[in-house]
Design a protein around this ligand. Structure first.
Ligand code: GLP
Length: 243
């Protein structure tokens, strides 16, 4: 596991964009595994800046996202589809038909999860999977539990995740309590994994990840099974790592 510690959020975002840009330059029709949440927003801004400067071309890029609330309409401003459109897809020359986000409005969530796995398999391997990390160590919406799911599935969100994500919703909006998410196996099948974390709230999860051990109480710790993981974080997120 390669760990890069940055001084600022801006530096983290540039560094993360470097890693993604290298993958895009090596393969113009690469498959990007993308994440939502506040952490990767700066990285998306940086990728857009490089696209505007003529350094990056998204025209042949395909993408798959990690997760989506359930149930939620893709037009809802809180949906992860809406997040991806506004933070990246509408700002670069990607073909939106080549971007996949689980459908939070699918009538049959189980069928949607199976179809999503098939869609990912049909793309071949994901070249790079970008991840944020929940305060409780979740990745995608794979929450701490006694057992973890290998494949895309419908899951209930934990109280702590609902609370952490409540900041994105206004008072009169209903906060979803379930989600569709890639499973641990889906994530671990990516060729390369890039995980981003900033702030003290992520320090426990990063310490568990970097301890090198595996525990279902911190799903991110399973990234220790992968041989090409880059962790980019700030000093606050690193503050509980044992020397
Ligand atoms: C959500 C997402 C995760 C994300 C996490 C952290 O629950 N499903 O993919 O990593 O939140 O979000 P943030 O980056 O806003 O702290």
């Amino acid at each position: 596991m390669k760990v890069i510690v940055c001084e600022t959020y801006e530096e983290m975002s540039r560094c993360a964009a470097d890693v993604v840009a290298d993958v895009m330059k090596a393969r113009h029709d690469c498959v990007l595994g993308l994440a939502t949440g506040s952490t990767p927003v700066g990285m998306y801004d940086e990728l857009v800046r490089r696209y505007e400067a003529g350094e990056l071309d998204f025209s042949a890029v395909r993408s798959v996202n990690l997760d989506e609330y359930y149930p939620i309409s893709p037009d809802n401003a809180q949906s992860y589809r809406y997040f991806m459109n506004t933070n990246l897809f509408d700002r670069v020359n990607i073909d939106k038909a080549q971007t996949a986000v689980p459908d939070g409005s699918a009538p049959d969530p189980e069928a949607e999860c199976r179809a999503y796995e098939e869609k990912i398999a049909a793309l071949g391997q994901v070249d790079i999977q970008v991840l944020g990390i929940g305060q409780n160590g979740h990745i995608g919406f794979n929450e701490p539990a006694e057992a973890l799911h290998p494949l895309t599935h419908l899951t209930a969100l934990t109280e702590s995740t609902i609370k952490a994500n409540a900041r994105f919703f206004s008072e009169d909006e209903v906060i979803p309590t379930s989600a569709l998410t890639m499973g641990m196996g889906t994530i671990l099948r990516a060729k390369k994994i890039l995980i981003l974390a900033n702030g003290e709230a992520k320090a426990d999860a990063i310490a568990t990840l970097l301890s090198g051990m595996l525990t279902t109480s911190c799903p991110a710790s399973f990234l220790n099974l992968h041989d090409d993981v880059v962790v980019i974080c700030d000093r606050a997120a690193m503050s509980k790592v044992q020397a």
